[in-house]
Write a protein that binds this ligand. Structure first.
Ligand code: AHR
Length: 321
């Protein structure tokens, strides 16, 4: 008898935990199903972003169908088409590159499934193809990186040789962080970008490309890396070449993930522009509003800051990601 009661209790507990994992109807979310196509798992930022989306869906009672595109647009298009076939209530995705989305977005619109862009933008002229775009202002991030550099070298007349590790080719953050940085440093001809190449937002590629930069350019003053991970890979390359990161070569990165902030407070990076991956709660709120037919702003910009080495030391222990 006791055995039968224990088995029933266990079965009940198992059923409860399955419901909680799948989202279900908690938090006033009704029975919303969201299909989410993630770029990949290329960086610490991306891992934190995935966790934020998954945790927030659970907390909001939204059932999340999640797919990882492994940095390939064709995989994202397949995932979106499969969400359309499954008749999800809403689709959200972070587009790996800016171009080439019109056809699949039109298919979602024809199927009357609303789409939210999160983190990265698309360059579609027809903005009715999506309801809103939630994410950072990447041009502004590039400008902040450039402003720090201009200030750092304000008293110097000598040329400043910069190498740039770009993010994924064709992605909004790579295009915009380059453009914003260029806008600011372009005002003074002493700033020269002597080499610029993609490191695909990964640590391994950042290291590999920096090794090549170091071989062909003996006089590098500054590295501008479009994310922390590429900067951290580059630090390994710089140390491997017998130079001191943060001193022999000054380093500016974007993101402010924990590993980047650790390197900043250790003096190996000089300045980090924050890009917040914690988009999940706002995404779920927007999704609920869109489904209820409420008006949402066409653009929701994430609030972000910047960090010097001193500021990194102060906030490191409380950093969430
Ligand atoms: O789109 C945001 C960027 O993508 C982050 O800066 C980078 O780390 C990530 O891979």
């Amino acid at each position: 008898m006791l055995k039968r009661i224990s088995a029933l209790v266990l079965a009940g507990l198992t059923a409860m935990s399955v419901t909680a994992c799948g989202g279900g109807s908690g938090g006033g979310g009704g029975s919303i199903t969201m299909g989410f196509s993630q770029v990949g798992a290329e960086s610490g930022w991306r891992t934190a972003n995935t966790k934020s989306v998954q945790d927030s869906a659970r907390n909001a009672g939204i059932t999340l169908k999640f797919s990882d595109a492994q940095q390939k647009q064709e995989n994202q298009i397949k995932a979106i088409r499969s969400y359309i076939q499954q008749k999800v209530d809403i689709i959200a995705f972070s587009p790996v590159v800016e171009s080439g989305w019109d056809t699949v977005l039109k298919e979602a619109k024809d199927a009357k499934i609303p789409v939210i862009l999160t983190d990265r933008a698309v360059d579609s002229k027809d903005t009715s193809l999506y309801k809103t775009f939630l994410g950072s202002d990447f041009v502004e991030e590039g400008k902040k990186a450039g402003q720090w550099l201009v200030n750092e070298y304000k008293d110097s007349k000598d040329p400043v040789n910069i190498v740039e590790l770009q993010g994924t080719t064709g992605s909004a953050p790579a295009n915009d962080r380059k453009a914003g940085f260029q806008q600011v440093i372009g005002a003074d001809p002493k700033f020269k970008i002597i080499a610029s190449q993609t490191g695909d937002f990964t640590r391994a590629k950042g290291k590999e490309v920096m090794e090549a930069f170091l071989k062909s350019n003996p006089d590098i003053d500054v590295l501008y890396a479009h994310n922390d991970d590429m900067g951290l890979g580059a630090i390994e390359a710089i140390e491997g070449a017998g130079k001191v990161p943060g001193k022999d070569i000054k380093i500016i990165t974007v993101d402010a993930v924990k590993d980047g902030m650790q390197a900043l407070s250790d003096g190996k990076i000089n300045f980090i522009v924050e890009c917040s991956p914690l988009l999940g709660p706002q995404l779920m709120d927007l999704a609920k509003k869109v489904i209820k037919g409420e008006q949402v702003p066409a653009r929701v910009v994430t609030q972000e800051t910047t960090f010097t080495q001193e500021q990194a030391k102060q906030v490191l222990s409380s950093r969430q990601y």
